[in-house]
Write a protein that binds this ligand. Structure first.
Ligand code: NAP
Length: 347
């Protein structure tokens, strides 16, 4: 509500060398629509004129989290057109439609990111602005089959889903996989990827209509995680070889119950908070593999793009908000009513 009140007082500036941007520093004031200077293009960087930007739950965590050392333009996911290149960057990028890999400076170990790892949007200025300057190594041509809006809904959730499903869980065609909270932006990428290789996909959701939509997208069956009976129902269906969860919380213990012997469970989010009630006996007797995962490496980003192209996967878009309505979009995401990605139009 505080964000909404503030937003009403702010106008839409469009002055020379200035740009509209969503700037965050302090959780007590929250994100603010502000004029910022159009960034200088650093050596090795490209300047991207952002057309669409994807909202992720990470943005909400950042806005609710601790105070930052300095104001930063939020936003990890963006699609736009390269308008300038810095010294040493290939000038052929100019005019190209690109998406940005926000998973930066991963480091040398593909198993876990190193000390320099950062996600675009904190501490570096991100995509909730008319322009962003990013290292040329992190821009990729927009897949031609996607609209700009769809492309903006891809980088973070698709990369995260790719690593969780394939690198971590090693999903195979004959696996039966459960994806929790299917309304989420990342969850739908998981569904579409698992579907693409022919795995059997079941989902959970708080909403019957979202379950029906997921079935429309290729899921075989869905369970309402708000009901206590879903665990028995899922067990009757034969349990799961792979489970991908981004909620955590008290519901996580149920996932070990519906897991088959030797199942791989991957967790990459904390939407429902800390985990309680895990039974050690279930974990060791079933010999479960419980793994954490974060975003992915540049190699995984490229593999994800190739996979999407090969299977012509289109990110599911829930809604488009003008950048100025960032607070409404954030409140909508916090309500959990969405089915798919929430996108900002930056034009
Ligand atoms: N580690 C990483 O690299 C990484 C990358 C991306 C995202 N994440 C994290 O993953 C989570 C999802 O991100 P997102 O951007 O996809 O968020 P999102 O679009 O806001 O996802 C929200 C969805 O979470 C589901 N959900 C809420 N409470 C749940 C519960 N108790 N049990 C099961 N599902 C529940 C809801 O599904 P229904 O509406 O169907 O009930 C809701 O639609 C966030 O915690 C985010 O920070 C982590």
């Amino acid at each position: 509500l505080r964000f909404l009140q503030k937003q009403k007082k702010q106008s839409k500036p469009a002055k020379f060398n200035r740009m509209r941007s969503i700037v965050f520093k302090d959780p007590s004031t929250g994100p603010e629509l502000k004029e910022s200077p159009i960034p200088e293009v650093a050596p090795g960087n490209v300047l991207v004129n952002i057309k669409y930007a994807g909202l992720n739950h990470l943005d909400l965590w950042t806005w609710k989290g601790g105070e930052l050392e300095q104001p930063v333009i939020s936003g990890s996911d963006g699609y736009g057109i390269v308008t300038a290149t810095g010294e040493g960057a290939d000038s052929n990028w100019i005019g190209k439609e690109v998406i940005i890999n926000p998973s930066m400076d991963w480091g040398d170990d593909p198993a876990v990111y190193g000390d320099s790892y950062k996600i675009l949007g904190n501490p570096d200025n991100g995509c909730f602005a008319e322009y962003v300057s990013v290292p040329a190594a992190y821009v990729y041509q927009k897949p031609a089959y996607l609209s700009g809006m769809e492309a903006a809904g891809m980088p973070m959730p698709a990369l995260t889903a790719y690593r969780a499903l394939f690198t971590k869980a090693g999903l195979k065609q004959n696996d039966k996989v459960l994806i929790t909270g299917i309304g989420g932006g990342a969850a739908l990428h998981l569904l579409q990827m698992a579907n693409a290789i022919g795995a059997t996909v079941h989902v959970t959701s708080s909403s019957e209509s979202k379950i029906q939509k997921a079935i429309g997208l290729g899921a075989e069956k869905g369970y309402n995680y708000k009901t206590g009976s879903w665990i028995e129902e899922a067990k009757k269906q034969g349990g799961f070889d792979v489970i991908i969860d981004s909620a955590g919380g008290n519901g996580f213990a149920a996932l070990t119950e519906v897991a088959n012997n030797g199942a791989r469970i991957v967790l990459f989010g904390k939407t429902a908070g800390d985990i309680n009630g895990l039974k050690p006996g279930i974990i060791f007797n079933k010999q479960l593999h419980i793994m954490g995962s974060v975003m992915g490496t540049p190699q995984e980003f490229e593999a994800m793009l190739n996979f999407y192209e090969a299977h012509q996967i289109r990110p599911v878009i829930d809604s488009i908000y003008p950048l100025e309505k960032f607070a409404e979009a954030a409140a909508y995401m916090a309500s959990g009513k969405q089915f798919g990605k929430i996108i900002f139009s930056v034009e």
